[in-house]
Design a protein. Structure first.
Lengths: 334, 635
């Protein structure tokens, strides 16, 4: 009972409060952008040389205001926003009117989740294990590996992705240059389609893995180097406990606690996509949709994506808070 | 042993992979497929083809193949003019421009076998008029009624006279194109309908599209003869056409080098790289300046005429005369551009005859007042020849310097003299001072020009404005940029001093192949000038002149087919714009295009000039030229 009262309830309140504030910010911020969705729409006409007379533009502006739901005070729009949110409805996308925001996100999100969940988990596992081992042991090849990671890490992602593309899609044309699935394959449930999707995902995934592993590896290595000098590790070693047991049960297990927090936060950010990867590889995903929505002041779409992201991040943190006592007895006994 | 196993696994992996690196799957032969760039990818909503309900990235093939306008620009810029597409005749207006009669071509069928008739035209106009949110809903409010006279004749009655109503139904890059009535009339919500799969009236039908929206594949209709293309031009050669965007510029370059892209429109650097790295690539011209210069829009800085000192004509002229046009051309596009002194004065054969030739004597005599009784004639008719001289030192060039028309149509009409000394006099006349090589405003503060531009560094307007900024810095003016994704909104609200110009940034772009400049001038009407902070419905630059208002009024009552009358008024408007230097147009938008001859041949060139080159990349008239290209014979 005291666990619920002293631990669970405060965190639940915190979770609800942070989520509310986050979602309110998501509602407000797009409205402070200097871009107007209606003027962007008109500018798009101009961009392609479509001529609409000024009188008719006036009429269009009024109609679009009405259709986009941009009439009324900020407060009235805020109330509508919350009403819609509870129904899971973000309204129509303004730049893709009248397609519902949920449909636009629904078309892109599976690609993003598919790519990022796999690379996030894989890079975390590899980084934790490799960082733990390299941080604990000091063998020559491990130091070489460490130096290699130090060289890789500062390379801008775009440059690295491009180098890999040139190597593996142009010089040695092993992988496709772009896209999420092969041409004229359709998204049917077949072995060929699955293979095609995997094939297209390998290169973007590989670049994300390299980046993810390199920075998490270094974090983990540094934490392990600190943990390995702690008393309980010395005690275990002098007591003759097997070195592997010391590494995995006493060092890595202790060192991975902050890494679990990192993993939780990373999971939350999956839902806002990875813009550069999507642009470099012409890979479908939420990142480009969000970028495009910001450029075109598509308030509803920005809110849709950001709401999912805010809820995902706060929920991840809340769940981590709940899991922590099971992973770390010190939290449980506090 | 371990190494051997590793090697074998890798070999297996590689051989397994190579098949999948190919762009096209089995069943879609590469030598029967034309692969073109999808410039405005990705599709906003993959699987939604209802282009009447908003932006669908139409140049994915949708406006090239699935739809057709009543009238359209001739893709052959040497012939020029407007051609009748779905319409059988040019627009027919009554005396006071309140009634438009449209005669339709017979024997045109939608891809589902239903005949195209006047019912489709009438249904489209009335549906768009009555459905809020559809594109062209605003313009169609002028329609009082529309009805059919017979199966192939439609009549549109207007609420008030409008001699240019038909231009909404005329293809430039966008038009209100007829909807298939038999499909849309069964739909409850026209706006929300996804029109998937689309029924085509053009020669190709949709085969497949990327769920991410980066490619769209089209297949030739078996009954292609029953389309406008089939009736006017002949059988399109490719069985399939794939529009694809590989992502960044580097990747599209790689794709062409892999022969996975047959045409590419990009930057000057891309063009040069591709011509150097591949034996099968070529551009419009075999030698420098390589590009096709005949786009129908111009680029260059524009001013906010409500902001000091840009509301001063002398200042605007001084800024123009401080630009060395040859240096600017070289620094931005390696000289591969055609210069132009007028906003809608695009560089092509028709505008050369209609506008430049009659304007040239006036340009020669144009005189600026420098103060103290001193005058200056700014026109530099020989600027294209100066550019040619530079090119000869750096490239192999086969432009005959003695052929005036050839030089002007390749490198531009001419420009303003590079005269920093004259610019200095104009500024000093207005109280500006120069100390230690830097310019100061009359109030003694340093002069800094803030230029508003968008974030895309590969945008032609941005490339040009960066070059212009360097010229002004060299002249002693400090220049800073306001780079903003909100540049369109800021421009409409007048929150800028100087802006780069994207498409239509000055005002409406001209038809290019018809002399009417009404759409360019109308945005300059004084009624539309709004204070800073209030969005204008006209030109963001907020310039107006009673004389221009008069020209606009006269154009409104001049018939579309009265080319002589239109040209006379157009010339008056051009003189007014130029004399006031309302903006500084510098170049025609260069079409930096590269073709790959590996799978397909007979692309346009000066010797085989059947179309403007960018019809292969983004323009709707693509369908009319696909009978021209030929398979190169490779399997």
């Amino acid at each position: 009972m005291s666990f619920v009262k002293r631990y669970l309830i405060p965190r639940l309140i915190q979770y609800i409060l942070v989520t509310f504030l986050g979602l309110t910010a998501v509602f407000l911020f797009p409205r402070f952008l200097p871009v107007s969705p209606i003027e962007q729409q008109l500018a798009q006409y101009q961009t392609f040389g479509v001529y609409v007379s000024p009188e008719q533009q006036e009429e269009m502006i009024q109609t679009l205001k009405q259709l986009y739901g941009l009439e009324g005070t900020l407060w009235e729009q805020f109330v509508v926003f919350w009403k819609r949110l509870f129904k899971g409805d973000f309204g129509p996308s303004l730049s893709r009117y009248p397609t519902p925001v949920t449909k636009v996100i629904g078309m892109s999100l599976p690609w993003t989740i598919g790519l990022l969940s796999v690379t996030t988990i894989l890079s975390w596992i590899i980084a934790v294990l490799a960082g733990g081992i390299v941080g604990y042991y000091r063998k020559r090849w491990m130091e070489a590996f460490d130096i290699f990671v130090m060289i890789i890490r500062p390379i801008p992602y775009y440059v690295m992705a491009l180098i890999l593309l040139i190597l593996l899609a142009y010089v040695f044309p092993i992988f496709p240059l772009s896209g999420g699935v092969g041409i004229a394959r359709g998204l049917t449930f077949s072995w060929q389609t699955i293979l095609s999707i995997l094939k297209h995902a390998i290169l973007p995934a590989f670049t994300l893995l390299i980046v993810g592993i390199s920075w998490q590896f270094q974090s983990m290595k540094l934490i392990v180097q600190s943990v390995r000098t702690e008393d309980h590790v010395w005690y275990s070693r002098t007591a003759g406990v097997d070195d592997r047991k010391v590494v995995f049960n006493h060092v890595i297990r202790n060192a991975m606690l902050p890494m679990i927090t990192q993993l939780g936060l990373q999971f939350g950010s999956i839902f806002s996509g990875t813009l550069i990867t999507e642009m470099v590889f012409a890979y479908p995903g939420v990142g480009w949709i969000l970028y495009d929505a910001v450029m075109k002041a598509d308030y509803n779409l920005i809110m849709g994506i950001m709401c999912i992201s805010v809820i995902a991040v706060t929920t991840s943190i809340f769940l981590l808070d709940l899991i922590y006592p099971f992973l770390d007895p010190r939290v449980r006994y506090r | 042993m371990k190494r051997l196993v590793f090697f074998l696994v890798m070999l297996l992996f590689l051989s397994f992979s190579i098949g999948f690196s190919q762009t096209l799957p089995p069943g879609i032969p590469r030598n029967e497929t034309l692969i073109l760039p999808f410039l405005f990818a990705p599709l906003p909503v993959p699987g939604n083809w209802n282009q009447w309900a908003g932006w669908r990235a139409q140049n994915c093939g949708l406006h090239q193949f699935a739809t057709e306008a009543l009238w359209t620009l001739n893709p052959n810029v040497e012939e020029g003019g407007i051609i009748n597409a779905l319409a059988a005749e040019p627009p027919i207006y009554n005396e006071d421009f309140t009634k438009l009669t449209i005669k339709l071509r017979k024997g045109i069928y939608w891809s589902d076998g239903v005949e195209f008739t006047a019912d489709d035209v009438v249904y489209t106009i009335l549906t768009v008029r009555d459905t809020e949110g559809l594109d062209y809903h605003g313009p169609m409010q002028i329609v009082k009624n529309a009805y059919t006279v017979d199966r192939y004749t439609a009549v549109v009655e207007l609420n008030k006279p409008n001699s240019r109503f038909h231009t909404y139904l005329m293809e430039r890059w966008g038009a209100l194109r007829p909807m298939p009535k038999h499909i849309f009339e069964k739909v409850d919500d026209v706006l929300a309908y996804d029109f998937n799969p689309p029924v085509s009236i053009g020669p190709y039908v949709l085969k497949d599209c990327d769920p991410g929206g980066y490619w769209v594949l089209w297949e030739k209709r078996k009954d292609w003869q029953r389309t406008v293309t089939g009736k006017l031009f002949g059988e399109p050669k490719p069985k399939y056409v794939l529009f694809i965007n590989y992502g960044t510029a580097e990747k599209n370059t790689m794709a062409m080098l892999r022969h996975d892209l047959d045409a590419l429109q990009g930057t000057a650097e891309q063009l040069i790289t591709l011509l150097r790295m591949s034996k099968t690539t070529r551009s419009y011209r075999k030698n420098w300046p390589y590009i096709d210069p005949r786009d129908i829009s111009t680029r260059g800085p524009g001013f906010n005429h409500l902001v000091y000192p840009y509301n001063n004509k002398d200042v605007r002229w001084a800024l123009a005369l401080s630009i060395d046009i040859v240096e600017l051309a070289v620094s931005t596009y390696d000289g591969m551009v055609a210069m132009t002194p007028g906003l809608p004065l695009v560089v092509n054969k028709t505008f050369y005859e209609w506008y430049f030739k009659p304007l040239e004597p006036w340009l020669e005599e144009l005189t600026l007042d420098l103060g103290n009784g001193e005058t200056f004639k700014p026109w530099d008719s020989r600027a294209p020849w100066r550019l040619l001289e530079w090119a000869k030192k750096n490239y192999k060039v086969n432009i005959d310097p003695n052929n005036e028309e050839e030089v002007r149509l390749a490198l531009g009409y001419g420009w303003w003299k590079y005269a920093p000394d004259v610019a200095e006099k104009l500024l000093k006349k207005n109280g500006f001072t120069k100390k230690n090589g830097k310019w100061y405003l009359p109030n003694g503060k340093p002069w800094t020009i803030t230029i508003l531009r968008g974030p895309d560094p590969t945008d032609m307007a941005n490339i040009v404005i960066l070059g212009v900024a360097e010229q002004w810095k060299k002249f002693g003016i400090n220049v800073v940029f306001n780079v903003s994704a909100a540049s369109s909104t800021l421009a409409l609200n007048g929150k800028f001093e100087v802006l780069n110009t994207a498409h239509g940034g000055f005002a409406g772009e001209p038809w290019g192949l018809h002399p009417d400049l009404y759409r360019c001038f109308n945005a300059l009407k004084s009624d539309f000038v709004k204070p800073i902070g209030e969005a204008t419905l006209g030109w963001g630059g907020r310039w107006s002149d009673p004389k221009m208002d008069e020209i606009i009024s006269q154009l409104e009552v001049t018939r579309w087919e009265d080319e002589k009358g239109i040209i006379e008024l157009g010339l008056e408007g051009l003189k007014l714009e130029i004399e006031n230097m309302i903006a500084i147009p510098v170049f025609n938008c260069p079409i930096t295009i590269v073709f790959d001859e590996y799978y397909w041949a007979n692309w346009p060139s000066p010797d085989n000039d059947y179309a403007r080159s960018d019809n292969y990349t983004t323009w709707p008239q693509l369908k009319y030229i696909l009978h021209k290209i030929q398979p190169a014979g490779r399997k």
